[in-house]
Design a protein around this ligand. Structure first.
Ligand code: FAD
Length: 680
């Protein structure tokens, strides 16, 4: 079919292009595996047939309706900064760029919140909010080149997640166009039913997000800075854990392993020397060009990366002998007094765990260069090598196993370093950066694939999640079943309900092969406490009283409020009724109610979602059970967050926790529930 002609005839008002430059521009996201092909001249091998630029929700709906009716696949496109192959069209595909939809629909200063269209670019949005003394609090390193819709679709995390949470903690409601062109609004309800967690992370396979109502905060009046050197990365993350479990919420908490710390220090030193030695260059009319050929440095880098095992060993050795250990950077945001007070508490924890204080400078320096580190890939590829990043997460008790397993698996193929940049009371994510090289592009692709395969398998075996914030895309889709098991079929079923024509970004997120069936762990006979992660695993048939009694022996509690039901209520009934009385997630977005669960669907099939502090592996399936009154099935066990005596400072929000449920939305929720309940 000639897409340009056909769509043009049906929808002449929609801006579109089938010109080669546009088809090349929209042929991919920033999955680094593509860069390898590009480096040997294979440019844009997957060009879409047509690119469209809708300007309103109505236009999006018209395009979706036309694609569904014509059986034409459709790929939503934000800014193309995804790194997992979420965008990889073929010539029969229409790519829909949302960036013309960037209007602010409504700003509510008192609550505060903003309803903004999905194509709004991150940095423009944040700067405009700052002009009004507001912030979204979402600062992904890609803020310069990513959109609201892309953040929602990929479950993005920003650098200040330690205070404001991830994007899923900021969404108050979503407007979407689903698979036959219907416009649907889903509201977040803290006691359910709530379909927003199903759309968040759906990576374009359930519908097009056209606008989002996002929670805002007053721009922080002050910041407090601190940095610490720890003898080891393990000592550093113990300090992070203690801080978050003590209720501290540093907006930024980043721990660099010894080699990553060394690189950061060298970079800082170089920049400082350059700045001191050189006067600012006079602006020139003609930009200076860089030599493109492989110089001595490039050759050395390429050769070194061909023997990654040796390089990793040497670096480990240097790490223990030369480096000054792991570096923790902390930034608190808020009032001056609160920042000082919280930093003093964090300081005491750090020193008690063997840290040396480095003063404020490293944290201030990090803030000044907060986005620069992410744009250093090009020289690596130009030198004939490759690099990529992998971000996994696990409860604190599994973090060490995850760290060593993934590091070892990657280290067999590539040079690897790591930092930890998103911490929660119950766990943390680890961000691995790796680089490799091979004798040809084909061999480099094989090394790259082997490194990823090994690392994903290692993450699953160590009990981690495959992704904390980059998402799944096509790069991790084949391994999604290893983490979610039957959950993959549940997501397929959601797709059947929301996109019955199967046109939305086919091939993305979901593996083509059926998910492996694996035995689901039976519920525990009595509540079992994971003290290190402050998680308690309890059966759905356990009562709130059983759980509270088990926790009280360790000085812990569920932290239930006055509207909680009687203590003889069982967990499955409590969750099905909306977990009333649980701590308010709008007040402490870094915390959450349930880290993982097992459930029995109405079909009798067993579902298991393993505990992770936050995951970006598709829709959050817990939303199918919270406040759903058993429509999908029953919770058989849950990992609930246990709370100690210290509480986090509360963030205030005027957002309605329990918006009403209109009939139209209820209809969609019923369809979704029905589809999920019958998966077997
Ligand atoms: C240098 C760099 C740094 C990065 N740093 C971070 C970081 O700190 N934190 C982080 O979370 N991520 C980071 N990323 C990854 C990436 O920026 C995020 O995944 C981001 O959320 C993608 O947004 P986008 O608008 O570019 O989406 P795209 O790449 O265009 O799309 C991503 C996926 O979402 C789908 N999609 C896009 N828009 C919509 C929509 N409106 N409705 C439905 N589906 C849609 C697409 O089909 C695709 O599957 C980084 C990437 C780069 C290149």
């Amino acid at each position: 079919m000639n897409l340009d002609e056909e769509l043009g005839r049906a929808l002449p008002r929609i801006a579109r292009s089938a010109a080669p430059p546009d088809r090349i521009t929209y042929a991919r996201d920033l999955w680094p595996r593509h860069h390898l092909a590009v480096s040997e001249g294979r440019i844009a091998e997957h060009r879409p047939g047509l690119v469209v630029w809708p300007e309103s929700t109505e236009e999006v709906a018209e395009i979706v309706r036309w694609c569904a009716g014509s059986g034409v696949p459709l790929v939503p496109f934000g800014a193309g900064s995804g790194v997992c192959g979420g965008i990889l069209p073929t010539s029969d595909v229409v790519v829909m760029d949302l960036k013309r939809m960037k209007r602010w629909r409504r700003l509510e200063r008192d609550a505060p919140w903003l309803e903004v269209e999905a194509g709004a670019l991150g940095i423009t949005l944040e700067e405009a909010l700052n002009d009004q003394d507001l912030t979204l609090g979402h600062f992904p390193s890609s803020i310069l080149c990513s959109t609201v819709g892309g953040w929602v679709a990929a479950r993005s995390a920003g650098q200040c997640s330690g205070l404001y949470g991830k994007i899923e903690d900021m969404v108050a409601s979503l407007e979407c166009v689903v698979g036959r062109g219907e416009v649907v609004r889903f509201e977040r309800r803290v006691h359910g039913p709530d379909a927003t967690p199903l759309i968040i992370g759906s990576e374009g396979v359930l519908g097009v997000v056209t606008s989002a109502k996002l929670r805002l905060h007053p721009a922080p009046p002050a910041r407090a800075f601190g940095a610490y050197s720890f003898p080891s990365v393990e000592a550093g993350w113990s300090a992070m854990r203690e801080m978050f479990q003590a209720g501290l919420r540093p907006a930024v908490a980043r721990l660099y392993d010894p080699f990553d710390s060394m690189i950061a220090r060298m970079g800082a030193g170089r920049r400082a020397r350059r700045a001191a030695a050189a006067p600012a260059p006079a602006p020139t009319a003609k930009p200076r060009t860089r030599r493109m050929g492989p110089g001595a440095g490039a050759l050395a880098l390429r050769s070194a990366l061909r023997v990654p095992g040796l390089v990793n060993k040497v670096v480990d050795l240097i790490g223990t002998r030369v480096s000054t250990g792991a570096t923790l950077v902390l930034i608190f945001e808020g009032s001056l007094d609160a920042g000082r007070e919280d930093m003093a508490r964090a300081h005491a924890i750090a020193l008690r765990l063997g840290a040396r204080a480095l003063g404020e400078e490293p944290a201030r320096h990090w803030l000044d260069h907060r986005y620069s580190v992410s744009y250093r890939q090009a020289p690596v590829f130009m030198a004939g090598a490759f690099s990529d990043t992998m971000e996994v997460a696990a409860p604190w008790s599994r973090l060490e196993g995850l760290y060593h397993a993934v590091r070892a698996a990657l280290g067999r193929h590539v040079f690897v370093m790591a930092h930890l940049s998103h911490a929660y009371p119950d766990g943390c994510s680890i961000y691995f950066t790796f680089a490799g090289s091979a004798s040809s592009v084909g061999a480099a692709e094989a090394t790259y694939d082997a490194a990823w395969r090994g690392a994903l398998d290692a993450a699953i075996a160590a009990g981690g999640t495959l992704s904390h914030h980059h998402g799944v895309g096509r790069s991790k889709a084949p391994r999604l079943g290893g983490e979610l098991g039957l959950g993959v079929d549940v997501v397929h079923a959601l797709r059947g309900a929301l996109d019955p024509a199967g046109i939305m970004n086919p091939g993305n997120l979901l593996p083509r092969e059926p998910a492996p069936r694996r035995p689901v762990a039976p519920p525990p006979a009595v509540p079992v406490l994971d003290r290190m992660s402050l998680l308690v695993r309890a059966a759905g048939t356990a009562t709130l009283g059983d759980v509270e009694r088990a926790l009280s022996q360790g000085g812990l509690t569920l932290g239930l409020g006055p509207d909680a039901p009687p203590l003889d209520t069982t967990l499955d009934v409590w969750i099905a009724g909306g977990a009333r009385g649980a701590p308010d997630p709008w007040e402490d977005p870094v915390d959450h109610l349930v880290a993982g669960f097992t459930a029995r669907l109405k079909s009798g099939a067993e579902l298991e979602v393993r505990p992770a502090p936050r995951r970006a592996v598709g829709p959050d399936l817990f939303a199918l059970f919270l406040g759903a009154r058993g429509a999908v099935g029953e919770i058989r066990s849950a990992y609930l967050r246990a709370h100690g005596p210290s509480q986090a400072r509360r963030l205030s929000s005027g957002i309605n926790r329990d918006p009403s449920l209109p009939d139209a939305e209820r209809g969609w929720l019923d369809r979704i529930a029905d589809a999920a309940a019958h998966v077997r």
